[in-house]
Design a protein. Structure first.
Length: 767
């Protein structure tokens, strides 16, 4: 009978990661201040000279620059003017705004962002600076378009797309944030109110803004100057509000949640409330999103502050984490560099930048460094640093083909599933669910959308004739190990005779087991005949401690052995600590047991000590006391060493756990060598005087060997002895030897140093 096996398709998601703005290649070159610049393409900031300069004031706040995907400078802007990479004004970049519209003193007077879907075009947004009186504070927002394909590849502002009014009644804060769908959010804030406007920049252009109403500060002077910054993970916004004008209203800094998917701003949290005479002007997040740095502005003193706040704390306690990083005289924005450091204007000189070297560290560990970067001669920094530049990855499409066979001519309710994780789906029939029910063979396709990436999956569902393979396997049941039956690889589903569907099955009893393995229309039937049981049960015992060498052994009939070092003997000698195991095998079965043995080797090897009589006794007896063991000498001391200065018998007992051993040593002294005197004549006449010829030995001196031989003039040996106390009585072969001159040879080893001696001489036998 034909069987229909359901198919399951899981689509692999291509992950998309939006590059953090601070270290994207588009932001590797900065242009700011008066002709100043920094190039981060080498990894470290290198001072360069640019042509940037204020258009209608003495200093420049709002500025922006953009590089290509390799970090090479494309152009930069002051809000009214646009320069190319050669520091020349673009042909139509001299004054891109209507008359009497200026941005030099606008906190974030300009920002640049790529145009999604067009690699050559960029938007420049220019934000008019606030001005007095209050009724003239319109702060209009304009946009222009730069086309890098113009002017021989150096770029130019498109004349009919320059200085286009977009909005008004705004504060001087403006930033851009990459969205979740190959898009960009350009965010501005209302003047004196709580309204955020997030303009959605997509392939089709600039859409109407997403409006969010949230905040804490109020009054006509609230939200005029001060920066707006987004965290590197695009989830937080900080908005600073700095005093402007004669009246001091509620000022400080707020933290908001931001959604890069919807452009919505929410959950205003008060981070810092400015003290009397203070506002908050600049801000920057650390690269790890855990710290926020603020730069205050004093209207009553020359002293400003750089403050740190810990964003890893609960929202209600962030304000309490306020830490004074540094006191400053001048006012400056803060900017997170591509190297992860935060840069700001220096106290020391307008030709230098200070930095916070480790912004992610709390308190003094953040390391404030003065004059960290020195600018080139003829260049100066100002209050402002380059605004953020959104980095948008180009769209990419991946194609995946699935070719699968079914075993029925008609498909009934076969479900194709897509893996979760994509933003949305679109099937060939127009449906947008994460699954599709099909009823026939054919080709189906699915578009999977994930931010800038699209994955297209094609499914070819075809009919295939069923086929069956059969296989029989005979094996043994191994005890005490369980026997694991393994399914063949490469199949999509498995079914054992007990209904289980795993790729393995553990069996413990003899019998017949079968498995059905299926791939498409191919069925493989495996029969496992487990016909006999091989019992290899044994144990090397529990882990133990031994005091002397021991043997391990296994007593099983007709088995082979293999120890951990390859030894194949049944008995194994253990003479040091270690982990030992043996594998026994028989009839295709094997079993391994392991034991951990600790050898407490406390054997002692104290040797007797002999010293010369004329040498003072000064000996250190050294016991073998391993770590964890204890020793006790005969005098009760417990040191590893016993100092001896007298002869005698000494002993030590060493214990380690249950192991105990003892050793004894004798310390004696004696003659280092022995003196031996040989007479030159003797008279063996039994008068009790000189009747024997023998060696005269030094009293109390020890001999380890002694041999005396006496020869007549013809070379016959007439006497021989190995006893130092024995002498020649003048007889040879039972008769009195004739009076004559004889020769002796004496060899001996004597004294505690066992010195060897050999001496010869003549003796006269007198009658």
């Amino acid at each position: 009978m034909k069987r229909l096996y359901p198919l399951l398709f899981l689509l692999l998601m291509t992950a998309f990661a939006v590059k953090a703005q601070y270290n994207a290649p588009e932001g590797k070159v900065w242009a700011f201040g008066l002709h100043a610049g920094l190039d981060f393409t080498s990894g470290n900031p290198v001072a360069v000279q640019t042509a940037i300069a204020p258009y209608n004031s003495s200093s420049l706040e709002g500025c922006a620059s953009v590089s290509d995907a390799n970090g090479h400078l494309l152009f930069y802007c002051s809000g009214n003017q646009v320069w190319d990479k050669n520091n020349s004004l673009m042909p139509n970049g001299h004054n891109i705004l209507p008359p009497n519209i200026y941005t030099d003193r606008s906190t974030q007077g300009t920002v640049i962002t790529p145009m999604p879907g067009n690699a050559n075009k960029y938007y420049i947004f220019s934000l008019q600076q606030a001005s007095s009186p209050l009724t003239h504070r319109s702060c209009r927002l304009y946009y222009s378009i730069v086309d890098m394909s113009l002017n021989n590849g150096y770029g130019d502002v498109i004349p009919w797309q320059s200085g286009i009014l977009l909005d008004s009644n705004l504060s001087e804060a403006m930033t851009v944030v990459p969205g979740d769908y190959c898009d960009v959010w350009m965010i501005v804030h209302g003047l004196g109110n709580h309204l955020f406007r997030a303009y959605h920049i997509i392939n089709a252009g600039i859409s109407a803004p997403v409006l969010s109403n949230t905040g804490n500060f109020s009054g006509t002077n609230a939200y005029i100057s001060g920066v707006m910054k987004c965290s590197p993970n695009r989830r937080k916004l900080v908005v600073c509000t700095n005093e402007y004008g004669a009246k001091r209203m509620s000022m400080g800094a707020e933290l908001f949640d931001f959604s890069p998917a919807t452009g919505n701003v929410s959950n205003a949290i008060l981070i810092d409330t400015a003290q009397s005479g203070y506002g908050v002007y600049g801000a920057a997040f650390s690269a790890d999103n855990t710290k926020l740095y603020l730069h205050t502005n004093s209207y009553t003193t020359a002293v400003n502050m750089v403050l740190q706040f810990d964003l890893s704390l609960p929202a209600t306690t962030i304000i309490g984490s306020r830490y004074l990083v540094h006191l400053k005289r001048g006012l400056s924005d803060l900017k997170l560099g591509p190297d992860g450091k935060i840069y700001l204007g220096s106290n020391d000189s307008t030709r230098a930048l200070d930095c916070i070297a480790n912004p992610g560290q709390g308190g003094p560990a953040c390391q404030y460094v003065q004059s960290a970067v020195i600018l080139l001669p003829g260049t100066e920094t100002s209050i402002g640093l380059p605004n953020a530049c959104a980095s948008v990855a180009p769209a990419d499409t991946t194609y995946v083909l699935h070719d699968t066979a079914i075993c029925e001519l008609t498909v009934h309710n076969l479900v194709l599933h897509a893996r979760s994780g994509f933003n949305y789906y679109k099937w060939n029939d127009g449906s947008k669910a994460d699954s599709l029910v099909i009823s026939d063979t054919g080709t189906y396709w699915l578009y999977n959308y994930a931010t800038c990436d699209i994955q297209v999956d094609s499914f070819k569902v075809r009919y295939s004739s069923p086929d069956t393979l059969r296989n029989k396997i005979t094996a043994s049941i191994c005890t005490p190990n369980s026997t694991t039956l393994v399914a063949p690889g490469g199949y999509t589903s498995y079914t054992w005779n007990d209904g289980s569907q795993n790729e393995t099955r553990v069996v413990t009893n003899p019998g017949t087991y079968w498995l059905s393995s299926i791939k498409d229309c191919l069925v493989r039937l495996d029969t496992f005949i487990m016909q006999n049981q091989v019992d290899l049960s044994f144990s090397l015992g529990s882990d133990t401690i031994i005091c002397q060498p021991m043997t391990l052994y296994v007593s099983l009939p007709d088995v082979s052995y293999r120890w951990q070092d390859g030894n194949r003997n049944r008995i194994y000698l253990i003479d040091h600590s270690g982990t030992y195991y043996v594998t026994v095998s028989k009839s295709g079965c094997s079993y391994t047991d392991t034991i951990r043995i600790t050898y407490n080797n406390i054997d002692q090897d104290l040797h007797d000590v002999l010293l010369c009589n004329d040498v003072p006794i000064d000996v250190d007896l050294q016991a073998n006391v391993p770590k964890g063991a204890s020793a006790e000498w005969n005098d009760g001391s417990t040191n590893r060493t016993l100092h001896v200065n007298e002869t005698g018998v000494y002993w030590v007992t060493v214990q380690s756990g249950a192991c105990v051993t003892s050793d004894t040593v004798h310390v004696n002294n004696g003659f280092c060598d022995c003196m031996v005197t040989m007479p030159n004549a003797f008279t063996p006449n039994n008068d009790g005087k000189n009747d024997l010829f023998r060696a005269l030995l030094q009293p109390d001196c020890s001999f380890s060997s002694f041999e005396l031989n006496i020869y007549n003039r013809w070379g016959d040996r007439v006497f021989s002895t190995r006893n130092p106390d024995e002498g020649w009585d003048g007889r040879y072969k039972g008769h009195e030897a004739v009076a004559d001159v004889y020769m002796y040879v004496l060899q001996y080893t004597a004294g505690i140093k066992s010195n060897k001696h050999k001496q010869k001489g003549d003796i006269t036998l007198i009658r």
